[in-house]
Write a protein of this length. Sequence first.
Length: 549
Amino acid sequence: MSSSSGTRVSSVCDPSHLTLRIKPYIQPFERELAYKELKALVGESGRIIAAEDDGRCFQVIGASVAADDLADRLAYWEWVCSSDPIWTRQIRREATANVVRNGGEPSELITRLPFNSDSLPVPNHRCLRYGPHAIHEYRGRFFPQLVRALLNCARIVPRSVVLDPMCGSGTTLVEAALADCEAIGLDLNPLSILIAKTKCSILETSPGQIIGEYDRMREVLMTPVGRRHNAALPYLSSLPARDQQYLSRWFAPDTLTDLDSIACIVHDMPPSAIRDLFLVCLSNILRSVSWQKTDDLRIRREVKPNDRTNAIAEYLSQLGRTVRSIVAFLAEERGEHRRGRWETIRGDAREISRILEGRRGLVDVVITSPPYAMALPYLDTDRLSLSYLGLLSREWHRGTEAEMIGNREITAGLRSRLWREYRAAQSELPGEVCRVIDLVHDAYEKADVGFRRKNLPALLSKYFGDMAVVLNGVRGLMKPGGDVFVVVGDNHTMAGERRIDIETGRLMGIIGEAAGLEIVESTPMDMLAPRGIFRKNSVASERIIRFQA
């Protein structure tokens, strides 16, 4: 067994103890997490010693866990060795992305997987998009390895209850299900719930079924009859009139025809995880085939009269990549590991005490990345998908947007109301949080700033007030001693020449303590530069706050 660099793993193995090698490309905070997850898994009796080499190898003496168990669970390590070297399951999962990248039909992939020790294309760079984690673009998504490492730090066991009260696209739920835990996720965004549900349910589907439906879909869409060029656009006509009008402003007529062909075929399929997967793939191309301005996070139109977008070709390309990613992942997994139960709920995290009333005192771990204060126009980014997939009609869009935690779109009237409510209930927030909110308010009162900055003090008061409600609700659901991990980003604002830092991570820690949670540690994260349309809206720094109930 050898790595991509040619180093033979067996040359550093000693049967008297365990030897492990860490990934070479991880960032400093991930290296710290790697040590913490290893220490949590080997137990108090295990001694970890750095080997005298390039700084990547470590030895464990007196571990209470077997080498194959460690290899099955670790997130930031390449291999584990006692008498025989074992590549970690995480490395094998990430390696499926290399196979997918090399092309080929999905049916060919299952003949080349699972990997054997000599055929494994060991990743030599960070891989965040593999298997179900590659399904759909999503702003602010978790790193799957981070979630996996935090589960290890929390010492979860099979059937542990893992909660993400603001689950987004479902990274926490997927990793918890893969670890044979019971995963529960809430989110107000119906597109988030669809994506999260699809990522989890597709894990329970056989590669052969997915390939069969994919081949049928491709065959139908590549024939003139299958394209159903129907001037009546039966799918679009089934949507509410307001959505039909809205969508007609964002897509060329020929593109709407192509999309209708796809949508009709997908909706003719019986309900299943595969149909949901095909719908999610349709959602994932809507921005690129629309008149949405390129690389603009907000929805801004740029009509291109002479542009002939082939939406069917775009869809088949997207579907092919997604199916290959899922099939390769499932073929590598071989179906030999138990999957935990999962549940997705469209609901408001501020009402979590009511929604999960029957789970009080039963949650083992919470891992969540709440929306950052005013960092992104959350629902606005998903407008086209929400309307076209019939998930949220335009009639309800503005009201739902206003309910979102971290929402940054408010009217002058709502700003005044929020500020009055903050002043009336100011004593319910910790004093340090109020000091920051008041500091921003006073700075803007004296400065000539636009309406967005004028909105900021009221929005901050709402954001931190909402998060206080969420953390209070989470506290009531936790088992004594259970871990709550919150990943949150800091921000700043400018009042003229004056920079005001909004240390959201520090303030979130204060709010958590006020809710009855104890801060165990707070770990700064070096940010990875995001790709695509979300790179301009990234925050400068993030922090992992670990509380215990």
